[in-house]
Design a protein around this ligand. Structure first.
Ligand SMILES: CSC[C@H]1O[C@H](OP(=O)(O)O)[C@H](O)[C@@H]1O
Length: 349
């Protein structure tokens, strides 16, 4: 799989996904601001990876505070935390990771732990969050693979693979395990996923590297492919899941779920428990990121629409739980009704 991010010599090294698949550029930085900018601009992207990146961002901020702002160490961490929280609103993993990091430094402040020792604790926690994501990826992949039959044609949307996580990915991790570990012969159809083309640029790139047959389609082709009986299952990732199972994911996911329901095709969501938002009971309150109009006005570097018109550019939509066949987590495959199961799993998390 890809090494999307690592901690090396007191720096964070990450694969800048903005240039993929044409260039594989690594960014090395000891500046949390670089991490925050990369998350905002999708250089670092994908709900689980955003959480890991933000955790390392706090570790970098703590290092900076130790070297230059010792007497304002804890107030500096507060500002680092706010900078990272302001990057993107929808993927709950960002806030889940930052809350874990904040507990460490708030407890340290209360207990009079030194900035030096607190910085060490924060790095330990960030590495723990990273390693947990690696393990979680593998558990989701293994458990989800039981749903995949030999010769399945699977449709996926955006990128919920290794490039969205720390190892196998979530939705694509299931494909990798089924194909590479269990030898199932699979075909993947990848939605290009306008406007930022995570499917065309990242999902195809990953599957090609792993020698899994992939066919790229534009998003508006998915329905016709289902009508022709060419799709057996749909598996997508998630950015935030309410306890009733309503799921926010890349824009276009809801349309796939409605089409899947019409064509009676199983529609699965794959996500770690860190993507479940225990504080919300339905998808109606999930904050949906709206991004800048130029992402729609342009296709790559070329402007494709006239001046003088409006753009609406929500980066996510919400799929009602009624359209979801099952949610695949590291603790197992959850079938409806979701509320009690998700609540219990989050309580044990
Ligand atoms: C494994 S979660 C990946 C999830 O994140 C993506 O959003 P973005 O590329 O904007 O970070 C998309 O919603 C994927 O399903």
């Amino acid at each position: 799989m890809f090494k999307t991010i690592e901690w090396k010599n007191n720096q964070v090294v990450f694969l800048d996904q903005r240039q993929l698949p044409l260039e594989e550029n690594l960014i090395e930085t000891n500046d949390f601001r670089v991490i925050a900018d990369a998350i905002s601009a999708l250089g670092l992207r994908g709900a689980p990876l955003i959480g890991v990146g933000a955790a390392y961002g706090i570790a970098l901020g703590a290092q900076e505070a130790l070297s230059g702002h010792r007497d304002q160490y804890f107030s500096f961490l507060e500002s680092v935390d706010q900078t990272l929280r302001s990057t993107r609103p929808t993927a709950v993993n960002l806030f889940w990771a930052l809350d874990r990091m904040k507990k460490i430094w708030k407890d340290a402040e209360m207990q009079g732990i030194s900035p030096h020792d607190c910085t060490e604790k924060l790095l330990e926690e960030a590495i723990k969050i990273h390693n947990e994501d690696i393990q979680t990826n593998q558990s989701i992949a293994q458990k989800g693979s039981s749903l995949i039959q030999d010769k399945d044609a699977i449709l996926t949307h955006c990128n919920a693979g290794a490039l969205a996580c720390s190892a196998w990915g979530t939705a694509l991790g299931i494909v990798y395990w089924a194909a590479l570990q269990e030898g199932k012969k699979l075909t993947v159809y990848a939605d290009e996923t306008r406007p930022l083309l995570q499917g065309a640029r990242l999902t195809t790139f990953e599957l090609l590297k792993n020698h899994i047959p992939v066919t790229l389609i534009t998003d508006n082709m998915a329905g016709y492919l289902m009508a022709r009986g060419q799709i057996h299952k749909i598996i997508v990732g998630a950015d935030r899941i309410a306890v009733n199972g309503d799921t926010a994911n890349k824009i276009g996911t809801y349309s796939l779920a409605v089409l899947a329901s019409y064509h009676n095709i199983p529609f699965y969501v794959a996500a770690p428990l860190s993507t479940i938002d225990i504080h919300i009971t339905s998808g109606e309150v999930i904050p949906i990121e709206e991004r800048k109009p130029d992402e729609v006005f342009y296709f790559g570097e070329k402007r494709i629409a006239p001046q003088g018109i409006e753009v609406w550019n929500p980066a996510f939509d919400v799929t009602p739980h009624q359209l979801i066949r099952a949610i695949i987590t590291e603790k197992g495959i959850l079938y409806p009704p979701f509320v009690e199961k998700l609540t219990l799993l989050k309580q044990d998390e």
